[in-house]
Design a protein around this ligand. Structure first.
Ligand SMILES: Nc1ncnc2c1ncn2[C@@H]1O[C@H](COP(=O)(O)OP(=O)(O)OP(=O)(O)O)[C@@H](O)[C@H]1O
Ligand SMILES: [K+]
Ligand SMILES: [Mg+2]
Length: 687
């Protein structure tokens, strides 16, 4: 077994967004951190806002130590506390600003692809006019020539051209665009025609195209808090309130034991106890999660979608092209009782002349290689397009004959409906192909079945390992295919999916998702066709292929620019990593309190001899408080890299992960501050 690879970096990362210049990124973030001190912005983070309020009070106490008339600490000490608290707030602001800054740098890079150009708008009289690309509207028809940038998103109406999509995918190999085909006809503004000419219909107004949406997303303009993030924010606010109440009971307690406590020390204790570490890093973790998805060349419509990936219980995948390589090519023609290979070739060719699918084209190639020729004039015949519902395609001949090819079950039904019988050895041919994991297509004309086409496909190398990982994470995988049961079971076994559904219709996709959801499960699926759109919308996470139709892209909440359906597996990993990082840092943050408590409480009640609590042997009450606060501030920038990168992820079940994290981040969170605070205390003795 090969070792688990972390998701990020294991794949080619986006190339068109150069790594932001780090020093420039930090400079911008520093300025942003200061700007975020504005109370109107600061109040959005209740935990840090309380620290901010504390900073203002200790600043006042620096100016006038006896402001509240009680036994106060010296102005110099108050000044030190003020500075440390201010840095605590700034560090948290900085963490958020750095995370946001990476998105902004990406957005800038994307903007450079948006050049305002001239466009050739076609007029109804057949002529054209030159207009600025900014005046184009949905429904306009434009012509784009070789060497020109496609100004807006659209759909190809006429012409075949190769397009350089590296501006959005980072992939330099040109992509063929042509009308008609579901997948190849959609073009994106900002990409470039490198050969030939396209006539296209505009499908998005300026400012609302795909790249515009991407910019808005990476810039965080549409970033709203996710449900999990809101829940955690509320929890942290409640915890903060509880600590505030606890600390508020200390002055009367102090009076009672004749050891009055100072306001500065109360604020210090409060700041030390409230969850500032996670409070300061929370939004950075969320932004970094979206960023990681973007680096994988996936555009997510919201942070909610990214997070949902981490909660996925069930992954619904289709077979062809997702689990298998998908370029199903005709490998062999198998005649049935009383027929010859030549006859199968003749009718397979006849059934495929109008079939533009890769399967159809490969059948034509094989039949022609075997010497088959058309036995009719294609000008007078009519193609019957393949549909996933009928699972057949073919040709209606001028003499009224009907040539068909398709799923064996479908052809059986067709032949019987025309009064024919099914040859006995069809089953054997069908089984032979299916057991090889291939797709058998039966070929018939009217009531006669001539034989079977073997469409060969292969399971993607390495996919089994990925399903193993998903299983260890507790994600249930279901393969959905229009193919027959035997082929489906062979491929399912070879790939290692948990479950499969064969002979699935498009409606089955949405039904499977609904059934799973009814059991309280969160479901993810990928798709690219218009008929996938409802299922993509129904799924909790719908990943559409960039090469797919506009409808699929709009229904989905994520679009993969590389059009790689297996990326869903990476997204689940990224989502889980995001949730785990948040959980780990929350655990760490709360576990830290124990040491801070032991540092500050003895310092507060020096008068009543609870020196026994000073188990760290800190030098003086002042040094103890300052050390705890310095630790509390510094731990934020120390953890920024972890918040941005995410904790190391292992494919384990939720329970195993919980145990591991409690041990690592809970245990570490208890021990680390004892050591660190002691060291800071020793360091302070130098002064
Ligand atoms: N061009 C075609 N002409 C005739 N029949 C076809 C053609 N392509 C596929 N079929 C048959 O129709 C069935 C369903 O096709 P469909 O594309 O819906 O599913 P699939 O590609 O087999 O599975 P998946 O959903 O995993 O992609 C195929 O299994 C095959 O038997
Ligand atoms: K704290
Ligand atoms: Mg398919």
């Amino acid at each position: 077994m090969t070792k688990w690879q972390p998701p990020v970096g294991s794949r080619q990362q986006r190339r068109h967004t150069p790594k932001a210049d780090l020093s420039q990124l930090y400079q911008r973030a520093l300025i942003e951190a200061l700007r975020k001190l504005d109370p109107r912005m600061a109040v959005k983070n209740p935990v840090m806002f309380l620290v901010w309020v504390g900073t203002v009070i200790t600043a006042l106490l620096t100016v006038n130590p006896n402001l509240f008339g009680v036994a106060e600490t010296a102005a110099g000490f108050n000044a030190l506390v003020t500075v440390i608290l201010l840095f605590t707030v700034l560090f948290a602001n900085f963490a958020e600003a750095v995370a946001e800054g990476r998105g902004k740098a990406q957005a800038d890079a994307l903007r450079t692809t948006q050049t305002q150009t001239d466009a050739k708008r076609l007029l109804s009289d057949g002529g054209f006019e030159r207009v600025s690309s900014t005046v184009l509207r949905t429904g306009d028809r434009i012509q784009v020539n070789a060497g020109e940038v496609i100004p807006v998103d659209g759909e190809v109406l006429d012409g075949v051209a190769s397009v350089d999509e590296s501006a959005i995918t980072g992939e330099s190999a040109p992509v063929l665009k042509e009308p008609g085909s579901d997948v190849a006809s959609s073009v994106t503004g900002g990409t470039k025609v490198i050969s030939d000419t396209l006539v296209m219909r505009v499908t998005a107004d300026p400012g609302e195209g795909f790249i515009d949406r991407m910019i808005a997303l990476v810039e965080g303009a549409e970033r709203t808090k996710t449900p999990n993030e809101i829940a955690l924010t509320v929890l942290l606010a409640v915890l903060t309130l509880v600590f505030l109440l606890v600390v508020a009971t200390l002055p009367p307690l102090g009076m009672y034991v004749q050891s009055p406590v100072s306001i500065t020390l109360l604020i210090a204790l409060l700041v030390a106890l409230i969850p500032t570490t996670i409070g300061g890093l929370l939004s950075a973790i969320g932004i970094a999660g979206m960023d990681r998805v973007a680096q994988f060349n996936v555009v997510a419509t919201s942070g909610r979608a990214v997070e949902a990936c981490g909660d996925i219980n069930t992954l619904v995948l289709d077979k062809t092209g997702t689990i298998t390589l998908g370029n199903r090519l005709a490998e062999e023609l198998i005649p049935v009782q009383g027929q010859t290979v030549a006859q199968v070739a003749t009718f397979a060719l006849a059934a495929s002349v109008f079939d533009t699918t890769p399967e159809g084209k490969s059948i034509v190639r094989l039949a022609e290689k075997l010497g088959a020729t058309l036995h009719f004039d294609p000008q007078t015949a009519e193609g019957v397009e393949f549909s996933a519902r009928t699972r057949m395609s073919g040709t209606d001949l001028p003499d009224g004959g009907e040539v068909r090819k398709g799923a064996v079950e479908a052809i059986r039904g067709f032949v019987r409906s025309r009064g024919g019988t099914v040859p006995e050895d069809l089953e054997a041919a069908y089984e032979r192909v299916s057991r090889l994991g291939g797709t058998p297509l039966a070929v018939c004309q009217n009531q006669t079945i001539y034989g079977v086409v073997y469409l060969k496909d292969m399971v993607k190398p390495g996919i089994q390992e990925r399903f193993d990982q998903l299983r260890r994470m507790g994600v249930h995988t279901i393969m959905l295919t229009g193919d027959n049961r035997i082929t489906a079971s062979v491929i399912a076994q070879e790939a290692g999916v948990d479950d499969f559904i064969a002979e699935a219709t498009p409606e089955d996709k949405i039904r499977v998702i609904q059934t799973e959801q009814a059991q309280g499960k969160l479901v993810a699926m990928t798709g690219d066709g218009t008929n996938d759109a409802p299922a993509l919308a129904q799924a909790n996470v719908g990943l559409a292929m960039n090469s797919g139709t506009q409808a699929a892209k709009e229904a989905a909440n994520m679009v993969d620019l590389d059009s790689d359906p297996t990326k869903l597996i990476d997204l689940v990993t990224i989502g889980k990593q995001l949730l785990i990082t948040r959980g780990a840092l929350t655990t760490f943050s709360l576990a830290n309190d124990i040491a801070k408590y032991f540092a500050i409480i003895p310092a507060m009640f020096t008068g009543i001899g609870i020196g026994a609590l000073n188990i760290m042997g800190l030098r003086s009450p002042q040094s103890a408080v300052l050390s705890a606060l310095i630790y509390n501030a510094l731990i934020i920038p120390v953890l920024i890299p972890l918040a941005l990168k995410g904790v190391t992820f292992r494919p384990l079940t939720a329970n195993q992960l919980l145990q591991r994290n409690i041990l690592l981040y809970g245990g570490g969170g208890v021990v680390a501050p004892f050591v660190a605070i002691k060291l800071i205390d020793l360091g302070l003795s130098v002064f």
